[in-house]
Every structure is written in C-alpha cells, then in structure tokens.
Design a protein around this ligand. Sequence first.
Ligand code: ADP
Ligand code: MG
Length: 540
Amino acid sequence: MAPLPASSASPPSAAAVAALAALTAVHASTAGVVMAAPVPAPAAGAVDADAGAAAAPPTMMHAPLTAWPSEVRAEAYDTAVAVTPALNRLVHALAADTPFLSKHLNEVSKGDDFTRRLLALHTSPAVPLPSPLPPAFRAAPPAALGLYRYDYFMQAPPPPGSPPAPTVCQVELNTMAASFGCLGARVRGVHALTVAAGLGPSGVTADDLPANDVEARLAAGLAAGHAAYIADDRSRGLDGGLPALPVVVVQPGERNVYDQTLLGLALLRATGGAVPLQRLSLAQLSAWGTLDATTNALVVRLPTDEASAAAVAGAGGQWATSITAYRVSVAYFRAGYTPDDYPTDAEWAARAALHASDAIAVPTVGVQLVGTKKVQQVLTSAGEVERYLGPAESAEVRTTFMPQLSLAPGPEGDANAATAVADPDAWVLKPQREGGGNNLYGADVAAALRRMDPVERGGWVLMRRILPVRVPNVVVRGGRGQPAEVVCELGVFAVYLARAGGEVTINEASGTLLRSKLADVEDGGVAAGVAVLDSVRLVR
Ligand code: ADP
Ligand code: MG
C-alpha cells in the first residue's frame, strides 16, 4: 500500500481507502478499540446492569475511528494541557461553594426538573447522625476524587488585522462519566503503527504523536482513592470488617462497556490484582445496597441465587467473584448524568444513599452541578473565575473561553435572546443536559427562543458558535472507509485527589482523547453515533 496524500486536494483512490479501512478495523479490534454490538434493550425494571448483553454471549465490534491521527496545533494542545490543574482546582472550589451553586441553579431549576432534584440533594440537610455517634462512624468520605475531561475545539488563528479570538476554545467541562479514555489511548497505538508503516499521510511519523497514558493515569487515580479509603479504615480500626471495593456505576445494557472493562483491567494491573472494579447499575445499588448504621458505609450484598448471579456477571465482567458482600470504597459514575438514568425512584434512592454514605463519589453531586451548562456560562462572566483562581491562572483559563450568555427571565435574558434570534448562526443553544445531541443550532435556535416562555428559557444558555479547523481524514465504520473533512474535539483527561484535611495529592492532566466528526455535522459524541475516535498528531 502506498502512503496516502495528506491533502483533500488529491483524494486517495477508492481501492487505497478500502484497504486502509480494512486494516484499521482489524488492528483496532485486536488492540481493544471495541464496543459491544447492539443488543436488545433490557426489560423495563430489570435489576441487571448488562441485561440483554448478559443473556447473549458478549459480542464486540470495532469502535468507529479515523484511519490516521488528525493534526492539532501544538500550541493549542499545550495550552489545553497546561490549564488542567487550574481547572481541577476551580471545579473543586465551586463544588464547595453551595451559595454560588444555589444562586445560579435555583433559577435554572424552575425550568429544569433534573437540575432541581440534584440541587435539592446537594443542599439537603445532612442525615441526622446517630446519637451517641458510634466510634467507627464516618460522616463524610475520607477523600475527594475527580476523574474529569475538559473538551476543546481548535479554531484557526484570526487573519492579521482582525480582532483577537481564542485558537483553543473550551466546549465544556465534563465533570461526570467522561468516557472513551481507554479506547482513545489505544487508538493512538493503532495510529502510531499505521504511520510508522508508511500508510498514513506522507511526511507523518510516529514521533508526531504525543504519549497518551490515560488508561494507567485513570486507574492510578482510582487506586489512590481506594487506598485513601483503606488508610482511613486502618486509622479507625475498621479494617477487620467487610472488604471494601471500588464500584463503577453503569447504565444497563450500554454499548461502551469495554472502555470500562479496560479501566478495570488497568486497575488490576496497577494493584497487582488486589483491587477489582465492580460493575453495578443504580437499580442494582438500590436493590442490594444498604447504609450501615455503625460505619455509614454503603454495603452491597449480592444475591446468590443462580439467575441473579448470571445478571451480576454481565458483559463487563466481575472480578471479585468470591466476594458477595462488600463496602463501596469509591463509586465511579459512568451513569447518572441524564434523567434517563433515573427511570424510577429506586435509582434516585441509590443516588441519595451514595450521597449520604462514606463512599468516595466520583463525582459528588456538587461536582456534577459544577458541570452544568449554566455554571459554565456564569464562569465566562467577568470576575467569576477570579473569585477562585489567582490573576495569572484566571487569565490563562480565560484565553480558552468563548462568550456565553444567560437566558434567565428578565431584561438581560430578553436582550440576550434577541441577540441570538437576530443572528442565530453565531450561537449554540444549550440545555442542562450531557451526552451529546441536545444542543440547537441555526434556525432551530431562533425558533426555540421564540417559542419558549421565560422560565423554560432560563433552563438554557447561549454559547458563541465555534468554527473548528477542518482537516482531511478517512472515517472507518464497520470496516468501511469514507474520506472526509473532519473537525476534531480535543478532550484532556484530568485526575484530582484531595484528602479530607484538604491536602491535594494528585492534580494533573492525565492524557487526551481526540474525537472527530464530519465537518458539516453539528452535534454529538461517539456514543451518540456521530463522532469517531481519533488521535493527536502535533504540528508546530
Ligand atoms: P454535551 O454535554 O451534550 O456533550 P457539549 O457542550 O459538549 O454538550 O455539546 C455537544 C457537542 O455540540 C460538542 O461535542 C460539539 O460538537 C458541539 N458544540 C458544543 N458547543 C459548541 C459551540 N460553542 N460551537 C460549535 N459546536 C459546539
Ligand atoms: Mg460534550
């Protein structure tokens, strides 16, 4: 196979594309860049994290990806990585500022019931403590752990003489359930070999691909959180009781299961096999979990009958097969960020129990609220970031901000709505939702703003539309390749760990994820079926 031209001006031949796509698909599959094949939806109310997948043998297919690494300007990449520790501190300072969260989210809550329920949980008075307090009782988790991903688009530098504009633009802070870290890191490995074998665009070498150890860094974060829980156990003389295990809270039947499995395997590797990651859905946590009155631990007792045991195993795998009762040390959410994850009161009960317990929630409800689009809009206002970060750091973070506008009921919101209605292509309209596919663009922005009453409108924010750099690539799905212009969204993973006393022991950028989508598609992520996995090739 000849190297492919790097420019869309000379498109590769159909035969070259087909051959490269077939090779990429096989390499991706063998490298673990896989998702579960579609399976029937679980029965309503099934207490089964992997229903459907559990009923059938696990099947997998390669996750959609590009054929070669897309170019990202080194300056943009370096800025996005450099601001990460400051963003971590900002997230945790905001989560601790309940008056700030209440002030800005009360208004949104009137038009958005999901935010209202989360805010109510965050601000609800602490559960009455038992009296006298048992000596082993832990009223709060022994540490705060964050596994985040901060996302950016790259814009071309403005032409000389025009007003300055950011070249790396923050799209959003993902403070909950940031996914595809493990798969993304493996795409880098696939691409490194593609270019080393001379099959990518001419002139590209594996040296242009920055190292990416997301898998190990996220696993190290989970291991450190679990270790903090165990260390606190020891200091309280609790280590003779039930074993403690970290849990990943998952969506029933989700397809991105192997990204989580790879993280569980990385955690086993990081701990010499000592710390297995358990998979549980919110429904399972609700059915099998109880708060222990003497320790405030969330205790999970797994059902031992045969039918339930099969459901416990599920497609993602359970490693602690001989442990049927354990305390949750770390609850790492890969679910719970959308109202769809709470179909009944049982899921909310599980969330409330976790919130009240001594488990280290990743994230806490407060940190989840920091990830709302409303908070991110407020942060772009003058003086807000500066309340939490020093002047130099604030200025650095601000270089990545795009203007955002409030739509709260009142004259300012009315004026902002009118601005967007007059020029709808310049704005994106965002609700308080995560997971892709929820934003509105262009004519839909104007139509929605005209239709909504002020209270409903207050549940949305406006963000200046980013026009990302377009680059040529080949998108590979189901083994077939499609040459295309793509736009790339750079995600920087972040890990943060603070002990209960406040000492910060981890605060780092922990690798990256590049997701690309056809340049003319407006919204959506990989899980939503729009974007594909990619990797970074730095250009200077
Ligand atoms: P979600 O929580 O649904 O992922 P995002 O803010 O990340 O919300 O928006 C989803 C997608 O919409 C992004 O991945 C990006 O493709 C697109 N998008 C978001 N904000 C903008 C913007 N300001 N300009 C252009 N596209 C945007
Ligand atoms: Mg997003």
